[in-house]
Ligand binder design. Structure first.
Ligand SMILES: Cc1cc2nc3c(=O)[nH]c(=O)nc-3n(C[C@H](O)[C@H](O)[C@H](O)COP(=O)(O)OP(=O)(O)OC[C@H]3O[C@@H](n4cnc5c(N)ncnc54)[C@H](O)[C@@H]3O)c2cc1C
Length: 488
């Protein structure tokens, strides 16, 4: 019997666990460790944040489904990985700490034959003073369902003030000079504008998009050229025209470095320090790895980058050689997500360390780095989780160590649907497909991507697709009939 431990039950971890169990059956053990008792379809948080969906529409309890699938589930967080075992344990193991019930605070060692790290991002609000919905923070977030629910409560307060005739400034965007996930923030800005318009309150709203992008539409993927209505259009024009249509003004090349009550401080690329007032602000934090540590056989922390990079993301089969932007290549990006030192460890979704950004790295005139970190959206996260599961299952069943299934983001296409307003009759969404996700200037010297497969449109049908995908992905994640036939 082999034992596979999956850390994290988000888009990539849950997908990996589902396919591992399906392929391995009863003969082998699959263990999932995740501190959150819920599976959570994060993309629909945007709709929770504008009151169009409830928290329970975007989440469901994991224990029931894992029981049905014969997966052992531990509601705990992984603290450390010991890939060589130690003086007490001969086998590789993970130390976990329970987060609930009678066992809360207790730790346990779980041995494994294979380990999948799918722990997603740490929402690093602490990296920006005054950012976030907790403690001393002055901004809201839509990164988790409880954050999104809180965002909606705060948004309603602003809407009520406007209904009473008071002007409100809404600030939405990135809350750190190196933040990613611009797409999600962009969606939220559009949805706020849509809700404001629905209430005929535009004259009282100043909606501002603030971003660390050099140009709008960069979205952390270095921007793209898309086919739109038969014309090749840069995503800059696409994004600017959508914001203009929605009455949203923008501040670009802005690295938010401090938030006070109703005031954001930012530095622009020219090195000027500016501020922007707000009544309501939703700003995406910087992301870091989940904070798990690696130890060798002698219990000495692995700080040489063999397991984790300094940002906490896991080392995989990428080319991490430091090289200038001009020398970046599509094949710097990983395809197996296997750790090069420990071939039984894999990292899926946001947990893997990318080789570099996709956007051109820039510094402000004061020398502070300011550019979007690379996004790893839901589709590649799910695909990577599946590919890792198929490779592990194959290796367990055949003993063959060859990696058959590969999924490089520089060869994979991804569809992204940016909600621009909720409603079956009047809703809208911008639909964008990029192929590949990471530009390949050698293969596609003119546009960096396959221009015939990189397309974008905005309209009501996009909203229907986004809504349909919500139900489709929840169906899949819940393991309803034929779930495995649905794409990631
Ligand atoms: C508001 C928002 C909207 C988005 N919209 C879209 C969209 O429309 N389309 C799209 O493609 N992508 C979208 N994304 C991105 C998408 O949500 C992510 O790409 C995806 O969730 C990444 O999957 P993941 O499995 O890597 O991480 P996650 O889904 O974040 O899962 C991480 C898991 O690890 C667990 N975990 C954390 N720490 C530990 C630990 N120490 N030990 C064990 N488990 C741990 C967590 O509880 C969670 O279960 C959006 C993101 C946000 C924030």
């Amino acid at each position: 019997m082999s034992k596979v431990v999956v850390l994290g039950a988000g888009i990539s971890g849950h997908t990996a666990a589902a396919f591992l169990k399906k392929k391995l059956g009863k003969k082998h053990e699959v263990v999932v460790v995740s501190p959150n008792s819920y599976y959570h379809w994060i993309p629909s948080n945007i709709w929770v944040g504008i009151g169009q969906m409830t928290v329970d529409q975007v989440r469901f309890k994991l224990d029931k489904i894992y029981k049905k699938w014969n997966i052992i589930y531990k509601q705990a967080k992984a603290i450390s990985i010991h890939p060589e075992g130690n003086s007490k344990f001969e086998r590789p193991f993970v130390t976990i700490e329970y987060v609930t019930g009678d066992q809360q605070g207790q730790s346990e060692q779980i041995d494994y034959d294979f380990l999948v790290n799918a722990t997603g991002p740490k929402l690093n609000f602490e990296a920006t003073e005054g950012l976030g919905p907790n403690g001393e923070g002055h901004t809201v977030s839509v990164c988790s369902y409880d954050h999104a629910e809180h965002a909606w409560k705060e948004l309603q307060k602003s809407l009520q003030k406007m209904e009473a005739g008071e002007k409100q400034t809404f600030l939405v965007g990135t809350g750190h000079p190196l933040a990613t996930c611009q797409g999600a923030a962009f969606e939220y800005a559009l949805n706020i504008a849509f809700e404001v318009k629905k209430r005929n309150l535009q004259h009282l709203a100043d909606i501002v998009w603030i971003t660390n992008e050099y140009e709008l539409g960069d979205f952390g993927m270095g921007g793209a050229f898309i086919k739109r209505g038969g014309y090749v259009t840069p995503t800059r024009v696409f994004a600017e025209s959508i914001l203009a249509e929605y009455g949203i003004r923008w501040i670009k090349r802005a690295g938010v470095n401090k938030v006070e009550k109703n005031l954001v401080h930012y530095e622009n690329l020219a090195g000027e320090f500016n501020t922007q007032k707000f009544d309501f602000a939703m700003l995406i934090p910087g992301f870091a790895g989940a904070g798990i540590k690696g130890f060798d056989k002698l219990d000495k922390e692995l700080t040489d980058g063999s397991l984790f990079k300094p940002n906490g993301f896991m080392t995989v089969d990428a080319d991490y050689t430091a090289k200038p932007f001009e020398e970046w290549r599509a094949n710097d990006w990983p395809e197996t997500y296997q750790n090069p030192t420990y071939d039984n460890i894999f990292a899926a979704g946001i947990a893997f360390a990318p080789p570099h950004s996709m956007s051109k790295p820039m510094k402000t005139a004061n020398g502070n780095p300011q550019f979007p970190a690379p996004p790893r959206t839901g589709m590649p996260s799910g695909v990577i989780g599946k590919v890792i599961a198929l490779n592990i299952a194959r290796r367990i069943k055949t003993g063959d160590k060859t990696i058959k299934h590969k999924a490089s983001m520089s060869r994979m296409a991804a569809a992204c649907i940016v909600s621009a307003g909720y409603g079956l009759r009047h809703g809208k969404a911008a639909t964008m497909t990029v192929s590949p996700i990471v530009q390949d200037w050698e293969k596609y010297p003119e546009w960096g991507r396959d221009i015939n497969a990189t397309v974008g449109e905005i309209g009501l049908s996009g909203h229907w697709i986004k809504l349909l995908l919500h139900y489709m992905f929840m169906h899949k994640a819940k393991g309803y009939p034929f779930w495995w036939l649905l794409p990631e």
